[in-house]
Design a protein around this ligand. Structure first.
Ligand code: 5GP
Length: 247
């Protein structure tokens, strides 16, 4: 597999990924870095092989979702750390789905860590580092003219579908999908596509076979909370996914 990032123009560098142009203006390359940040980049570090793991995990999960009718921006994986994707205009919302209470939900409400959420929560955060990605309401989204009400309904419905499919898949991997963040974009035809990535960087994943509250964590919370064995957590997620895919 060739490393297209060596020859292609860099369009944008984010905290965990770099976007490169290709000869086709409607096609981009996403390169996954080992760099890790948390708490709006106040905490910085590296996680060994994270780029490779997240690239592979994203590819497998997006293929699984595509097979079940969820349109994504993925075209193909082109190297260990790179995927070719359709160019989209990113909707500036982080769509977060929560099955079990954790993270900011527990910090900001009276809901205890580990509380099952039925039905799952679907929340919107404004993708804006300067403002600290604030939680939005439907009315604020309308007032800011980020999406139409119809497009917002589509985002909720797609996020719920992704949640059902991924919850079942991860469960087969003996992993509990606690919560996750999605991003969407519109392609040249105005079609809404799932974009960005789905990986241990963007999901909370607990080992179903482990009850210890620290040992069960397989995702970026190991880095956020200094739990140690961060790279091992990511590798374990990849290994379980690959085993499940091959079965
Ligand atoms: P929380 O709001 O509890 O911090 O995050 C909820 C879920 O969304 C977690 O799985 C978390 O990893 C993901 N998430 C929320 N915001 C971001 C973000 O800006 N970057 C990444 N990588 N994940 C996020």
């Amino acid at each position: 597999m060739t490393d297209l990032s060596q020859t292609n123009q860099k369009l944008y560098e984010g905290k965990a990924k770099i976007i490169y142009a290709t000869a086709d203006p409607e096609v981009l390359i996403t390169y996954f870095k080992d760099d890790a940040t948390a708490f709006n980049a106040q905490k910085k570090g590296q996680i060994a092989e994270k780029g490779m793991v997240n690239c592979k995990v994203t590819t497998h999960l997006y293929r699984l979702l595509e097979k079940q009718g969820v349109a994504t921006h993925l075209i193909e994986q082109t190297s260990d750390r790179e995927i070719k994707v359709k160019r989209v205009d990113i909707v500036p919302l982080e769509v977060v789905v929560r099955n079990i209470a954790a993270g900011s939900l527990c910090k900001q409400t009276s809901i205890d860590l580990g509380t099952p959420l039925s039905p799952p929560l679907v929340e919107f955060y404004y993708k804006n580092d300067d403002l600290g990605d604030p939680l939005l309401t439907r009315d604020r989204i309308a007032a800011m003219q980020i999406t139409t009400a119809d497009q917002l309904d589509q985002l909720v419905s797609k996020a719920q579908t992704v949640n059902t499919l991924l919850t079942n898949f991860f469960s087969d991997c003996d992993i509990i999908l606690i919560d996750f963040k999605l991003e969407f974009g519109t392609d040249a035809n105005g079609t809404l596509l799932l974009a960005d990535e789905i990986s241990p960087d963007t999901c909370r994943l607990w080992d179903k076979t482990e009850s210890d509250p620290q040992k069960r964590v397989m995702d970026k919370d190991r880095f956020r909370q200094d739990l140690g064995n961060v790279a091992e957590g990511y590798q374990a997620v990849l290994q379980r996914i690959m085993t499940q895919v091959e079965e």
